[in-house]
Design a protein around this ligand. Structure first.
Ligand SMILES: [Zn+2]
Length: 126
């Protein structure tokens, strides 16, 4: 009885929680955030937020391209603090007044949550 319980706990440790959390946030956070958009725009907003993952293309400039022990934030050009400031501003611009397309806000929101996901991946797990 007791050894079965110990074995179950060991099995829990083999589950790659960090990876599950990382990709869960990349795919599920945009799904939840899409509900803050107008009903007729939610699907498009979700897809746009998913598409903001292309921001990771800046990893191609780094060597090695992927390093699980490296903090992306402040390292890659599109993950720089300046870039993040731009993404935050994009979340709050008055698009209707400016007559700019609404989906730019979805791009901004997607990018800010991408940065939060990358940040927690380093700060909370290493
Ligand atoms: Zn990233």
């Amino acid at each position: 009885m007791r050894s079965a319980r110990v074995m179950n706990l060991n099995m829990l440790e083999t589950i790659p929680w960090r990876t599950i959390t990382h990709y869960g946030l990349h795919f599920i956070a945009p799904l939840l955030l899409a509900f803050f958009f107008r009903k007729d725009r939610r699907v498009k907003a979700y897809l746009i937020m998913l598409a903001t993952m292309v921001v990771d293309a800046d990893h191609l400039l780094a060597d090695p391209i992927f390093d699980p022990n490296r903090m992306s934030i402040g390292f890659h050009p599109l993950h720089s603090y300046f870039a993040i400031a731009v993404y935050v501003i994009m979340c709050f611009l008055p698009y209707e007044k400016l007559h700019w397309p609404w989906w730019l806000r979805a791009v901004g929101v997607g990018l800010v949550f991408h940065m939060l996901t990358d940040w927690q991946d380093y700060v909370l797990w290493l």
